[in-house]
Design a protein around this ligand. Sequence first.
Ligand code: SAM
Length: 316
Amino acid sequence: MNNKADKNDSLATCLFPYGLASSKKGQFPPHALTTPSNSMPLDHIFIEDCLTGMAKLPPASVDIVIADPPYNLSKGGEWKWDSNKNLPGFGGDWQKVMQTWDNMPLEQYFAFTLAWLSELKRVVRASGSIWIHGTYHNIGIINVVMQLLNIEIINEVVWYKRNSFPNLSGRRLTASHETILWAHTGTPKKRKYLFDYAEAKSSDFPEDKLKEQGKQMRTVWDVPNNKERSEIAHGKHPTQKPVRLLVRMLRLSSKPGQICLIPFAGSGSECVAALRCGLHYIAFETERQYAEIAEARIANEKGLFSAVYAEQEVKP
Ligand SMILES: C[S@@+](CC[C@H](N)C(=O)[O-])C[C@H]1O[C@@H](n2cnc3c(N)ncnc32)[C@H](O)[C@@H]1O
């Protein structure tokens, strides 16, 4: 038994869950999306407002979006948490969520949501998918705006966080889920979005105690929110998503080689998921500190990718 080869085989399985990759032999050649006026590099995080960035994209130019917008829950610092308490893998303490990018008056948040969702409707192909994260703080607004824009919601997914953060006040139930909306930009009469039904049904998601292999996938996903070491090795984001959650979205509704738009990149979890599934990405993030964490994570991911191929090259 060759332990090294075994290790790399399992690494390959983890990196490319359905045996695919758009780039061969660990090479990441530059790709670009040609716009009417210039060329926009793919696989790049732009440190800029996504509204400005998306305005440069041609209509119907991307295949899938994973949007993790500000939830607008940073209201006046009511949440208190002793930041000395260490919660490994939870991606930062709750005080850090009190940030200006996450705090807008309601009317402004509504207008902002209308603006970025309008851009998504313009740039996502009719065959594409849009996945949006939220909680009760913002998901109602997103739902209403989608209806105003005639963006059809395919499913509302409940992301059940089995290991969620305890309620500290003892005056509420312990919040243990987030809501994810899956939508498309085609018309209800002409639904063209991709859904890998067979993959959804046959796949085993070992961490998900609600999903039975061979049974249809339901709208409640049991995905632990703790992060693997590599996800937090380069720094943390206060609202970081686990990569395994994002990989699931891509596995269900995209194909390798497609372009994934990431309007709110944060620490790059969605970029890492896109790489793992063999997709290109275009990402925007306003805060340089997070974009730098994201770049470090991506470089690490590409290093793993090259290592797997290098090992496979020398196999007889
Ligand atoms: C909810 S977090 C995303 C976290 C990400 N999913 C991760 O796993 O790291 C939202 C991010 O959007 C960024 N942001 C807020 N407004 C933005 C805008 N208009 N354009 C681009 N990024 C923005 C924030 O700086 C923040 O990092």
